[in-house]
Design a protein around this ligand. Structure first.
Ligand SMILES: Cc1cc2nc3c(=O)[nH]c(=O)nc-3n(C[C@H](O)[C@H](O)[C@H](O)COP(=O)(O)OP(=O)(O)OC[C@H]3O[C@@H](n4cnc5c(N)ncnc54)[C@H](O)[C@@H]3O)c2cc1C
Length: 491
């Protein structure tokens, strides 16, 4: 059992933000770091699994935001390491809408419904901006409120999928509107291993460095001006000068991690204000194809009177020809509902929908994979979703450090929250902010040397500042009196 070993920085979580944060620290000479990850693998919400003979992505699947003026950094890393991807063309999805009797809606009706839904969404946005209505699901009834199955299906596509959002999204504005599906047997997570290789000891594709500790569920963070003590579920205690916490917004909203002293109110209020989207991709394997194939048929939609009921479908023939796999995406309420039932029940429902669309003769899927992001206590959802009209203070408060605890993760990315590149860039930003803080701390310790020398007790160096302070009463008093060290106002 590890007990009270002390590091310069402990990073909690080895998703993309934790790994990118650690890499920046290592590149800046902070090799005395420790990564504590709750699960038995790195990657977090980037996660592949073998299914039906291929590698499927349970979490992030697309590199979103490609082809614009600026280059998406994740796209650059993918290109550098030759990750296999496949362009996703959503533009025809709205012309592949099936009703419950298996008929495809004529393109004119589909186009009219789509335009109506866009008008409705724009109107709603304007109303929200002028504070006419509260942003509640279902909102106020208007003639444009979706009611029929096709309207509900399009409304779902518009609002629950980023590809058809009506308000501009920084990812697409900055990096471009194209999206590429990762279709690589090594998985999207391969990029994380390649990033880790730069600063952790690896051999034959495995990370063997003991600065990465898996299966370490952090349950308590005790923080003070002197440092941070981290307690894990298995009873281990780690100490550090600083902590970077990359757990998701859903985890921060849960009671998994106990802060001592508790986080200040401005922090907890901001954390509560951010919504969590649950987004679930259900994979189904069939003995043979019975759906139309081809690039313009990759995505198809099922119109049902229940909004979001097995609405959005994708075949995997473009990514993995011959795989005979379909993917259906559920969100929020439907995701949570399905997470609580057995996979057999889910299979039955999905088959009912497919038989509506393609007839009673189609074969039953031979295998099903249902990820459970909501019930995963290390995730509690899929990604952050700030209110459309949100004030910048919320996100600033979410990412602001509390004393020696720094926060990172996709939810702390002002422009790209919800995306892999958001997590990646957030990790870099947080580490840069921490390095800046460490530099300030170092300068302060340099300034206080003559003062401390006059006490005749000890001289602090930048590397041992915090641990020495902990051991010595006199400088601790000076430190706590606010004359030295980090400002008292932080806590
Ligand atoms: C189903 C789904 C689909 C998505 N699709 C896309 C997509 O197509 N494109 C895209 O760009 N993005 C997509 N995303 C979002 C993207 O995956 C995330 O934005 C990104 O991976 C988040 O990275 P992160 O490092 O912020 O968090 P995480 O990946 O969640 O990393 C945090 C890590 O902290 C660990 N942790 C949590 N609590 C503790 C604890 N107490 N102690 C120790 N460790 C802890 C977790 O196990 C995890 O490994 C999707 C996400 C999901 C779930």
């Amino acid at each position: 059992m590890d007990s009270a070993s002390r590091s310069a920085v402990i990073i909690i979580g080895a998703g993309v933000s934790g790994v990118s944060a650690a890499k920046v620290l290592a590149e800046n000479g902070i090799s005395d770091l420790l990564i504590l990850e709750a699960s038995d693998r790195i990657g977090g919400r980037i996660r592949k699994e073998s299914f039906g003979g291929v590698s499927v992505e349970l979490g992030a699947g697309w590199i979103a935001g490609v082809g614009g003026k600026a280059s998406n950094p994740v796209w650059e890393i993918a290109a550098k390491f030759g990750l296999r991807t496949c362009f996703s063309d959503y533009s025809n999805a709205r012309y592949n809408i099936y009703d419950q009797s298996g008929k495809i809606f004529p393109s004119g009706i589909a186009a009219d419904s789509y335009n109506k839904a866009v008008d409705s969404a724009i109107q709603r946005l304007r109303d929200l901006e002028s504070n006419c209505i509260e942003d509640v699901p279902g909102g106020t009834e208007s003639p444009l409120t979706p009611k029929t199955p096709i309207e509900l299906a399009i409304d779902f596509i518009l609002h629950d999928f980023e590809m058809a959002e009506v308000e501009p999204i920084s990812t697409y504005v900055d990096f471009g509107e194209r999206e590429f599906l990762v279709a690589d047997e090594r998985g999207y997570e391969y990029l994380l291993y390649k990033m880790a290789e730069d600063f952790l000891f690896t051999s034959e594709g495995k990370i063997l460095d003991n600065r990465l500790k898996l299966n370490k569920v952090v349950r308590e963070l005790q923080h003070s001006r002197n440092g941070v003590t981290v307690k894990t579920e298995d009873g281990c205690i780690y100490e550090a000068n600083y902590v970077i916490l990359s757990a998701s917004i859903g985890v921060l909203q849960s009671d998994l991690i106990y802060f001592r002293p508790p986080l200040p109110r401005w922090k907890t209020e901001a954390i509560e204000k951010c919504d969590v989207t649950v987004y679930t991709k259900i994979f189904l394997k069939f003995p043979y194809k019975f759906w139309p194939c081809g690039p313009d048929k990759e995505f198809f939609i099922y119109a049902h009177e229940r909004r979001g009921y097995y609405t959005f479908w994708q075949h995997m023939e473009n990514a993995y020809p011959g795989s005979n796999i379909l993917v259906v995406t559920l969100t929020n309420g439907e995701s949570k509902r399905v997470e609580t039932q057995s996979d057999d029940e889910t299979l039955k429902e999905a088959m009912g929908v497919l038989r509506d669309m393609f007839g009673p003769e189609i074969p039953t899927a031979t295998d099903i994979l249902v990820p459970r992001w909501w019930n995963n206590r290390f995730q509690r959802g899929s990604y952050s979703n700030y209110p459309i009209i949100s004030d910048n203070q919320v996100i600033n408060d979410i990412k602001a450090p509390v004393g020696r605890v720094f926060f990172t993760g996709e939810h702390t990315s002002e422009r790209f929250n919800g995306y892999v590149h958001g997590g990646y860039l957030a990790g870099i930003d947080t580490s840069k902010a921490l390095l800046e803080e460490m530099r300030k701390d170092e300068n302060k310790s340099f300034l206080r040397e003559p003062l401390l020398a006059s006490t005749g007790s000890l001289t602090l160096t930048s590397s041992n500042t915090v641990s020495s302070l902990q051991k010595c009463d006199v400088p601790t008093q000076l430190y706590l009196s606010g004359k030295l060290g980090i400002p008292g106002a932080i806590l």
